[in-house]
Write a protein that binds this ligand. Structure first.
Ligand code: UD1
Ligand code: MG
Length: 487
């Protein structure tokens, strides 16, 4: 399929009553992103000449979300070469390719297309592909076949599936010769038509030159009193325009979302697909059913991920990384050979090679850990750089710190980085040894090779190579009696 063969209309104006949510249905998240974005990403993969998203219900929220999606799209369809470059109309909202069009009120799918068509007037594409904003798993390869079927017959191509239980869907009515004759909505169907199990998925490709006339002739003479897009099929047949049906590789692709149960079902399907891609690429997933990616996970060779892990945003795991059970990693890069032990939470960090993190570590944004760093249990690190081979193995807080190489940070060490209004840095130079239960009151610096005695509250810089300690002298009081309870 060559670029700009089709225009794409995504229908997203409908109400999502059964979601029982203040958030519009098409903005409900699948794998952490709005349903509509999944559809638009697939649409973009077809390189449409022009795209229109029809919004209606909760239009303001959907339009705002669309603006975010548009801003990440191609700047121009063909970077200025060739006559097919669409003209940008600056008064319309959208990108060079995509426009948002409001449908108020919503009078049916046929009406939605009618409202969308004017935005496609300048596009050179001869075909319109209709997608639904609440059918997120549809694959580009299926759509390419559908478009090819329409162009090959120079007519209409419908994506249909045959279901065990077709209830709720429009039925595909075929003539004596087996050709498609019409689509009849369930509410308008007689018993014989209701018995048909081949249904309209809603996804179709239509010839643009004829579409305006077909839509103009629609009437709402049906049980729902709507302008049905599906009625154009019988009209095409009457005019002798070929209508063909194409089936997707899997029924899953055509599943729509109407309520939270279906949303959860599609989430599982999506996660299973992601897991299967990673398994195929050689990643070891101890249980692909207990594994979630809400974003993009990139793995090197021989990466192992234990059960219950969640990956958010953009995560890169280099070769031989092991992620322990029930860890959450968001927007981070983990260097080769590093082990993330169970129950670790890592956000916005860069971790070097052969490090050991966790169990129960919390690594927060703007943390950079060099090779061979050890961050142990109940250690929180935020906005800090920690040098090669340094260790903080137990119960510590390192915030706004710059730590050199080969530093040992004892259990219970705290950087006191915040005075209630301002944040200050702590600097610990190479080869320093920080005794347990030390408070470093920032701004403060510990010199190269310095040792801090356990329990020190450091309020002034500690010189290099020396032992620094702030500790009340120990004394013992003999003959002292512990108070006794009266009997
Ligand atoms: C529609 C089809 C039906 C098909 C089914 C597949 C029609 C008349 N019927 O029925 O044949 O089997 O989808 O799921 O087309 N929408 C708008 N504006 C409107 C109405 C709907 O944008 O005025 C959007 C909805 O947000 C939704 C899609 O169009 O994404 C389909 O609308 P919906 O009301 O779900 O149609 P169905 O009755 O399910
Ligand atoms: Mg529907």
């Amino acid at each position: 399929m060559t670029p700009h063969t089709v225009d794409i209309v995504v229908l997203a104006a409908g109400k999502g009553t059964r979601m029982r949510s203040a958030r519009p249905k098409v903005l409900q998240p699948l794998a952490g992103r709005p349903l509509l974005f999944h559809v638009l990403d697939t649409a973009e993969a077809l390189a449409p000449a022009q795209g229109v998203v029809v919004v209606g219900h909760e239009a303001a929220q959907v339009t705002a979300a669309l603006a975010a999606w548009y801003s990440r799209q191609r700047v121009s369809a063909s970077s200025g070469n060739g006559p097919t470059a669409p003209q940008k109309a600056p008064e319309q909202t959208g990108s060079d390719i995509w426009r948002t069009v409001a449908q108020t009120p919503q009078l049916g799918t046929g009406h939605a297309l009618q409202v969308a068509l004017p935005a496609l007037a300048d596009s050179p594409a001869r075909w319109v592909l209709v997608l639904y904003g609440d059918v997120p798993l549809i694959r580009p390869s299926t759509l390419v076949r559908l478009v090819a079927a329409a162009t090959a017959c120079d007519g209409v191509a419908l994506l249909t599936v045959t279901l065990e239980n077709p209830s709720g869907y429009g039925r595909i009515v075929r003539d004596g010769a087996g050709g498609v004759a019409a689509i009849v909505e369930e509410k308008d169907a007689d018993a014989a038509t209701r018995a048909v199990r081949e249904v309209n998925t809603g996804v179709m490709v239509l010839p643009k030159a004829r579409l305006a006339a077909w839509l103009a002739a629609l009437t709402p003479n049906n049980v729902q009193e709507e302008y049905y897009l599906t009625d154009v099929v019988a009209r095409a047949v009457a005019e002798g325009v070929p209508v063909v049906a194409v089936q997707p590789e899997t029924v899953e692709e055509t599943l729509g979302v109407n309520d939270k149960r279906q949303l959860a079902e599609l989430e599982r399907i999506f996660q299973r697909q992601t897991a299967e891609q990673l398994l195929a690429a050689g990643v070891t997933l101890l249980d692909p059913a207990r594994f979630d990616v809400r974003g993009e996970l990139t793995c090197g060779r021989d990466v192992t991920i234990d059960v219950g892990c969640l990956f958010l945003g953009e995560v890169v795991l280099h070769d031989d990384v092991v992620v322990g059970a029930h860890s959450v990693l968001q927007d981070c890069v983990v260097g080769p050979g590093t082990r993330i032990e169970p129950f670790s939470h890592i956000v916005g960090a860069q971790i070097g090679a052969n490090a050991v993190i966790g169990p129960y570590a919390r690594i927060r944004p703007k943390t950079v850990l060099a090779d061979g760093v050890h961050i142990g249990n109940f250690v929180e690190v935020k906005n800090s750089e920690i040098g090669e081979g340094s260790k903080a193995n137990h119960l510590s807080y390192l915030g706004d710190a710059t730590v050199g190489s080969r530093v040992n940070i004892g259990a219970g060490t705290i950087t006191c980085n915040y005075d209630g209004a301002n944040k200050y840095r702590t600097v610990i130079e190479d080869d320093a040894f920080i005794g347990s239960d030390t408070q470093l009151v920032a701004p403060v610096r510990v010199g190269r090779g310095a040792t801090l005695g356990a329990g020190t509250t450091l309020t002034k810089d500690a010189p290099p190579e020396a032992l620094t300690l702030s500790r009340a002298p120990q004394r013992s009081i003999t003959g002292w009696k512990r108070p006794q309870k009266k009997r």
